[in-house]
Design a protein around this ligand. Structure first.
Ligand code: UDP
Length: 488
């Protein structure tokens, strides 16, 4: 049965207004809200998705709802519920199919379960809604709610799809054909990138990208003492002096030459606060492109003496280290592909020649505490000379947005989500083929060689992240969409 979620988040615009670089965004948002929110008077907006915990949508929802409420929008959040396992099997398959993975056909029995779960949840939701309200459904799982609710209530509706692929195959076609009758009944749709819009929704879709909260643990500013404290507390640097905060219960672990994991300062200090650092932080997914990145870094190191004449750059390339970080193996027990990818990386690392191996650091970040994990990611990104996201496929890629906001130089592949964020040679550098080790090595070399260019790109990226990819812009776009929905 449908369940309304209590929003525990308590954002205060005052906290954000205290940060000088956010003032304009917030003032703009407030100004726009003054004009748009009155259009929504008398209507409640219902955000509905399939889970209150886990995953990007559930993480983003409390912030968005809280922010919209602060602006005067009457908005609630509800999640659908069922104990029918075949429903989840189908929705998982649909998710994979939208990403291009073939799962075969969808049977009429599966379709019946899908509709039944949506119909049952619609009964509960209908009791919460009234004529004139707005239904905003997220992702495929609850997409059929609209069909059932519209039978009895006069509502406006919008479907927000957080997933997509910029190419088509048999699997994507099966998924989008299945969703078509439900999706077409919505007044509007929202996607993350224009490439993800199926042709049958082209006329009524708009774009809203995911967004960052600049005060979250992952993104908030860290003064030098706080940053150093996090690195010490998580065991990522040696503690040469005492620090105020106590050690984290679970530390970052570093892959060792014998294939085991040990505290990250074994066999030597990571050099995070001293050396040039190239970082990629992602889930251990093959599509994140870790392996070609590691191969490229090895190539870069092998070619140092052959190519470089400039003394300073030579020194930089001698000192530079590659950090590859992701969730610790214990937290990915139920992810066989993740384990396999991590194992392949470990095997490659173990076989590197020692002179290069010492400059490649693979970190397993503990996931027990979300806060501590976020602080570790934040600190690692801030210590990086270049942050890489070498994805072969990427829906959006918050791991690119995060260093952009922090004013770090980024190197990305041209995967769809990443090219929504980075303009090549303006906000960072873009690789045309995430599997081409030579191209990646050359890109790293040229970025490391040119600190001025790095700084210019990083500043452009930071400006772009502040203007385009923060929760305030996201809320503004939602406001615009909702008010044009009721005007339509
Ligand atoms: N992340 C994290 N700890 C890790 C690895 C990744 O917190 O060990 C975070 C990362 O900072 C980002 C999110 O997980 O916020 C990944 O989002 P993204 O959009 O980049 O990719 P996805 O994993 O959703 O494909």
């Amino acid at each position: 049965m449908i369940e309304q979620v209590d929003i525990k988040e308590s954002l205060s615009l005052e906290d954000y207004l205290a940060i000088p670089y956010l003032r304009r965004n917030i003032r703009d948002l407030e100004l726009e809200a003054q004009t748009l929110v009155p259009h929504l008077k008398g209507r409640t907006t219902w955000m509905v998705n399939s889970t209150a915990k886990g995953g990007g949508v559930a993480e983003m929802m409390p912030k968005l709802v809280c922010l919209m409420r602060l602006l005067g929008v009457d908005i609630n959040w509800a999640v659908i519920n069922t104990d029918k396992m075949p429903f989840f099997d189908l929705t998982k398959s649909l998710h994979n199919m939208i990403h291009g993975v073939d799962k075969g056909e969808i049977s009429s029995v599966q379709k019946e379960v899908f509709e039944q779960v949506n119909r049952e949840n619609a009964v509960g939701l209908e009791k919460l809604m009234k004529n004139g309200d707005i239904l905003a459904v997220h992702d495929p799982q609850p997409i059929a709610l609209n069909h059932f609710i519209r039978k009895n209530l006069d509502i406006k509706s919008i479907w927000r799809c957080h997933i997509g692929l910029d190419s088509q195959n048999k699997a994507t076609k099966t998924a989008w054909d299945f969703l078509k009758p439900y999706a077409e009944e919505y007044d509007m749709a929202i996607f993350t990138a224009p490439e993800y819009i199926p042709p049958y929704l082209a006329g009524k879709s708009s774009i809203i990208t995911p967004a960052l909260d600049p005060l979250s643990h992952k993104n908030r500013d860290l003064i030098p003492h706080k940053l150093t404290g996090i690195l010490c507390n998580s065991g990522m640097i040696q503690e040469h002096n005492p620090v105020v905060t106590p050690p984290f219960e679970n530390k970052a672990m570093r892959l060792q030459p014998d294939g085991s994991f040990a505290i990250a300062t074994t066999p030597d200090d990571t050099g995070l606060l001293y050396r040039p650092i190239v970082t990629q932080i992602s889930r251990w997914d093959r599509l994140k492109g870790f392996k070609p990145l590691m191969d490229a870094f090895v190539l870069l190191k092998k070619n140092i003496k052959k190519k470089v004449t400039d003394e300073r750059h030579l020194r930089r390339l001698e000192l530079v280290r590659l950090i590859m970080a992701g969730p610790d193996p214990a937290s990915i027990q139920d992810d066989p592909e993740g384990k396999e990818v991590l194992k392949e990386l470990c095997d490659t690392y173990v076989n590197l020649e020692p002179a290069i191996q010492k400059d490649v650091i693979l970190l397993a970040l503990p996931m027990q505490s979300q806060k501590e994990n976020a602080l570790m990611v934040n600190a690692l990104q801030r210590c990086s000379t270049v942050v890489v996201q070498n994805s072969i496929q990427e829906g959006f890629g918050l791991t690119c947005t995060e260093p952009m906001l922090k004013g770090r130089a980024v190197l990305v592949s041209n995967a769809c989500g990443l090219r929504q964020q980075i303009r090549d040679n303006i906000d960072g550098k873009m690789i045309s083929d995430a599997t081409n080790t030579e191209e990646i090595a050359n890109a790293l070399d040229s970025m490391l060689a040119d600190p001025k260019k790095r700084e210019t790109w990083a500043l452009n990226a930071q400006r772009r992240a502040i203007e385009e990819f923060l929760i305030f812009t996201q809320a503004k776009k939602w406001l615009r969409t909702l008010s044009s929905l009721v005007a339509s």
